[in-house]
Design a protein around this ligand. Structure first.
Ligand SMILES: Nc1ncnc2c1ncn2[C@@H]1O[C@H](COP(=O)(O)OP(=O)(O)OP(=O)(O)O)[C@@H](O)[C@H]1O
Length: 605
């Protein structure tokens, strides 16, 4: 019922956007200076201007991606914009072509339809809607093409098609023509113009449009140094420039001429901005409609944030993730080879050391090697892959496809099959080759601890990958894991004589519990006297090894429970890190300010 209402309300709603005295400050600078303007439904509007003029900043503020450092009013249909409700009826298509690489176009559309519209629409009706959208955007003939094989322009159109499924009345697009040739760029803007003609508010930022593209826009908003230098109909730009004493040469593209003027002296910018009253005036197009003329978006107040239930989102996401994994053939082959070769290599290096009292230390080295394998293989994969996934997650989450909880649980569940299959293969081979006791009561806890190590390491990788870029993550992850490893290794050979300070410190390292878990599961209660192939073997009795390792009084089940607690703790931490990462405040204030500070510092140096 809720979904139906939202669908009906949003598909009927026409949304006019207006902004007054909009100022944006960041990094100690004023980026936008008291801008005024509007974007109307049924029109395609362009935000234009030279690089650094503030186009992306303005768009990010209007869509609600940036909120910190912003002052002024933003109105939708004449009423104050309520960000929560505005998100329900708008979507933001960013510059990067973010698509699920291994899905066919129609599959990607069906997944989007399931998440954005839900099961209330039958599969037949969904197919009809999808085909209609694909046709409008000229993608029908590629519906059986994998997204990764689409051209740049087709990927861009697919990003738009995915968002159109829920029929949003407001579309914001950041540089939709970047990377496209003139023909593809013109085609893209024409498609967007036809979407606007159906009653939507379509706003795009665009760098330097060709004369043809410029003429397609029904409303243009020119920015220079954070000031509005023209607002109104594209075809009236030339008249305006002439009236401001900056006539456009006869065969020049008016858009190029405004950009050239914007690059000129600040005086030129000030004259143009004064002439257009910093956006209070509009040439040819009337200022936005009064409140009574359009739908009141506050009607969406009581309705669910997402169109489908959490459980439904979880199911769809798990299916999509498993399909992606199954189709990532190269990655699966790589993982299989890596696990197999590492297992055989370890098996060869520590061949048959598990049942030899004289080789007990060698056997401990085998356990340490297993720890290092699971630690780095799983953590580093997450550190490298997750920052890319986060971009897609941000786009879909911001456009209200699903919530973070179902995504997080789906990602955890969807990773299990690969982890279990390859992890078990690795363990069976290396366990057998190194001559560990063939007893289920020892093998089972060994496997459980290996899997816990893999999951915790991966979660730690996700935590790092969700906060830092690949570059920073690749430095931070080895530093963190190296410290844990050192803590776990410290004290081997000290027996029970380790200082209380270090033993307390050591308990912060989950690797210590993994190591104890391995040693206890192999040399713990019930293991008889070990065969000795030398004249004297100090560790004939397994209790001697436990003593020297400082694990005499330890209990295997305690290690497993503590590791499970570590897993829950790191999972919760990475969930909250992701939550913070997805907050607009975090994007705008913390990350941007930090990166600009770094860039400024570099420049000063
Ligand atoms: N968080 C920030 N801190 C400091 N300066 C910022 C911040 N965000 C943007 N800026 C500055 O504001 C100006 C406008 O940036 P913006 O990205 O909006 O420009 P743009 O017109 O979209 O440029 P382009 O076309 O090159 O993408 C730039 O000079 C940029 O350096």
């Amino acid at each position: 019922m809720g979904v139906e209402f939202v669908e009906n309300t949003t598909s009927r709603a026409t949304v006019d956007i207006e902004f007054q005295d909009l100022t944006y400050q960041a990094g100690g600078e004023t980026i936008l200076h008291g801008l005024n303007g509007f974007f109307k439904s049924g029109q395609i509007s362009g935000i234009l201007g030279p690089s650094g003029a503030g186009k992306s900043s303005l768009m990010n503020i209007l869509i609600g991606y940036k909120t910190a450092g912003v002052s002024g009013n933003i109105l939708t249909n004449g009423r104050k914009r309520e960000l929560r409700n505005f998100h329900k009826i708008s979507c933001y298509i960013q510059q990067e072509e973010l698509v699920q690489p291994h899905l066919y176009v129609d599959e990607a559309m069906h997944v989007a339809a399931c998440l954005k519209v839900g099961p209330i629409v039958t599969r037949e009706k969904r197919t009809l809607i999808i085909n209609e959208i694909l046709e409008t955007l000229g993608l029908l003939e590629c519906r059986r093409t994998k997204a990764e094989r689409l051209s740049g322009g087709q990927k861009k159109r697919l990003s738009i098609a995915l968002e159109l499924i829920s029929n949003p009345p407001v579309l914001f697009l950041d540089e939709p023509t970047t990377g496209l040739d003139v023909v593809a760029a013109t085609q893209c803007i024409k498609h967007l113009s036809s979407l606007a003609a159906q009653g939507r508010t379509v706003v795009c930022t665009i760098h330097q449009p060709s004369a043809l593209i410029f003429s397609i826009f029904q409303h243009v908003y020119f920015l220079a140094d954070g000031f509005c230098v023209y607002q109104g109909q594209a075809e009236r730009t030339v008249d305006f420039l002439a009236s401001a004493n900056f006539p456009c040469p006869q065969y020049n593209n008016p858009a190029d001429h405004v950009v050239e003027l914007s690059h000129g002296s600040p005086m030129q910018v000030a004259i143009l901005s004064d002439a257009i009253q910093n956006g209070r005036r509009s040439i040819g197009n009337n200022v936005a409609c009064p409140p009574s003329s359009s739908a009141d978006l506050n009607l969406l107040d009581g309705f669910a944030e997402f169109p489908t239930s959490t459980w439904y989102q979880f199911q769809v996401l798990v299916r999509r993730m498993l399909l992606q994994t199954r189709r990532s053939k190269a990655m699966l082959r790589l993982l299989f080879t890596h696990h197999l070769l590492s297992a055989v290599l370890l098996g060869g290096m520590f061949y048959d050391v598990g049942d030899d009292a004289g080789m007990a230390y060698q056997n401990v080295k085998y356990y340490i090697s297993v720890i290092v394998f699971f630690l780095y293989a799983y953590m580093m994969a997450a550190v490298v892959i997750f920052p890319i996934e986060v971009k897609l997650l941000r786009r879909e989450y911001f456009n209200r496809w699903y919530g973070l909880k179902p995504y997080f649980f789906a990602a955890t569940v969807a990773r299990l099959p690969v982890q279990l299959a390859f992890g078990s293969m690795f363990m069976v081979i290396s366990y057998y080759m190194t001559g560990q006791p063939l007893e289920m009561s020892r093998f089972a806890p060994f496997v459980a601890i290996c899997l816990l190590n893999a999951s915790i390491s991966e979660t730690l990788g996700l935590l790092i990958g969700s906060i830092f870029s690949i570059t920073y993550g690749s430095v931070i992850a080895p530093a963190v894991s190296g410290s844990f490893l050192m803590l776990a290794m410290y004290g081997i050979g000290f027996g029970p004589d380790m200082e209380p300070f270090w033993s307390t410190f050591q308990s912060c390292s989950y690797i210590r519990y993994v190591l104890s878990g391995y040693v206890l599961s192999m040399y713990g209660p019930g293991r008889g006297v070990l065969p000795c192939r030398d004249f004297y073997c100090h560790f004939r009795r397994p209790s001697e090894l436990l003593k020297i390792m400082g694990m005499s009084g330890s209990d295997l089940s305690v290690q497993v429970v503590v590791l499970a607690a570590f897993l829950v703790f790191y999972k919760s931490l990475s969930y909250f890190a992701l939550r913070v990462r997805l907050m607009p405040e975090f994007n705008s204030r913390m990350l941007n300010d930090l990166s600009y500070k770094i860039v400024n510092l570099k420049q000063k140096c």
